[in-house]
Write a protein that binds this ligand. Sequence first.
Ligand SMILES: [Zn+2]
Length: 321
Amino acid sequence: MFEMVETCGLCGGERFDIVYRDLSPARFEGPGGSFGLVRCRACGFVVLSPRPVAGAMGAYYPGAFYASLSPAAGGRRGPAALLARGYNRVFFPPSLRRLNACLAIVSSAWPRPPGRLLDIGAGEGAFMEAMKRRGWDVSGTDVSAEAARRTSQRLGATIRVGPAEALAFESETYDLVTLWDVLEHLHDPLRVLRRVRSVLRGGGRVLISVPNFGSLEARLLGSRWPHLDVPRHLGHFTAATLGAMLRAAGFGRVRVGSSARVLSGNLLSGRVQRLGNASRRLWVRRMARVVSDACRTLSMPSNRVLEKMLLAQSLVATGGP
Ligand SMILES: [Zn+2]
């Protein structure tokens, strides 16, 4: 049911330091277990260890678990958990915002006409649908047969079912392969990235987002960081380890940046409706205005510093074959 990680999934190193121990599963009443995070001494890649073996992961993904795509701090009690939940409620982007963030990443990384897309971990297919509307020939994969069936019927597109590690694709078929918040769920992300590289046509691109383990929020919240998402998140990336893994998979032109999606006023305005009280709504709108004005007037370097230091929840990476 559980296994210790003996070999680093990035560099093959065999010596690890303990980052956190005795982490229990977050967010729902599922099978128990005691987990930990370890960091490779050679390359710094952080992984869950012990972790469930691949065949046991299903028990930790109850039905419709990922429908909301919004992590919370689960049933934990105490001030830290409360803070984590409140923080998360304010800062974790709702799914539409997330979709728009993904589409914006595509726009900047792919200035060419639409081509063939493979979306790994397609879920309910919101991203595939938006890309199809933009003229892309879309296909996808997902671990959930149920989600794959619904998405496939709705879009008339092929969705293959299975873990990304086990899926076989034709070589040099796709212009764009996307893994939105997928890589951190994989037992062997390097193997999948190697495969992704081989299915890209010349000039193709992989686009990746993962939670940013190097962000200040991850450091401040420590073992309460919602994106630890024990035991579903098996690997935790920093800009350095994500870039290193892409290069190890054979990608060139690797670029890794951080995304501070929370830095726009949109998030706050989007949440205003839920607050109910009129004066509170006004107050939040004013705050949103102040935040977005401040960000606009900041010079680029300070803006980048802010992004990197404070609010960079996500890492976004691109690479080509
Ligand atoms: Zn390593």
